[in-house]
Design a protein around this ligand. Structure first.
Ligand code: 5GP
Ligand code: ZN
Length: 125
C-alpha cells in the first residue's frame, strides 16, 4: 500500500530526489537534497527537501523532527556557500493558505548580496 511518506511517482520533487529529473544540486546526504530553484526569486534561491515524500510541513510527524532540524541546521553554511553570507530568508509555504505549489515539503533559502524586500506585501484595507 502506498503511504504518503513513500516515494510518489507523480511528485516532481520525488523525481528530482531519485535523479529522474535533473537538478542543480547544492547539497546531498542520505535523507536530504538541496538544489537550485528553477525560477529563482533572488540571486540566491535554492531549496532543501527530504528525499522521502512528505507532502507539507503540516504532515510532519514527531519522528521527522531530527531530519527537519538537520535541514534547518544546514541553511547557514549552504547560504554562505551559495553567495548569501550576511543573512538570508527561509520560507516554507504550506497548503492552500500558504500558497504551496509543489506538494512535497521544501524549505526555500533566499538571499544574495542585497537585503530582501518585505516579508509579505503590506496588507491593504
Ligand atoms: P512553492 O510555491 O511550492 O513553495 O514553491 C515551489 C518552487 O519549486 C517554486 O519556487 C518553483 O520555481 C520550484 N520548482 C517547480 N518545479 C521545479 C523543478 O522542476 N525544478 C526545480 N529546480 N524547481 C522547481
Ligand atoms: Zn514527493
Amino acid at each position: 500500500m502506498l503511504r504518503d511518506t513513500d516515494a510518489m511517482d507523480d511528485c516532481i520533487f520525488c523525481r528530482i530526489a531519485k535523479g529522474e529529473i535533473p537538478s542543480r544540486k547544492v547539497y546531498e546526504d542520505s535523507e536530504i537534497l538541496g538544489f537550485q530553484d528553477i525560477n529563482p526569486q533572488s540571486p540566491v534561491h535554492f531549496m532543501l527537501i527530504p528525499k522521502r515524500h512528505i507532502a507539507s510541513l503540516a504532515e510532519v510527524k514527531s519522528e521527522d523532527a531530527g531530519m527537519l532540524g538537520r535541514m534547518l541546521a544546514l541553511t547557514g553554511r549552504l547560504a554562505s556557500e551559495q553567495g548569501s553570507p550576511d543573512g538570508y530568508r527561509t520560507i516554507i509555504n504550506t497548503g492552500r493558505i500558504g500558497h504551496q505549489d509543489v506538494m512535497h515539503l521544501h524549505i526555500h533559502i533566499i538571499g544574495g548580496p542585497q537585503p530582501l524586500g518585505r516579508m509579505l506585501p503590506k496588507a491593504t484595507g
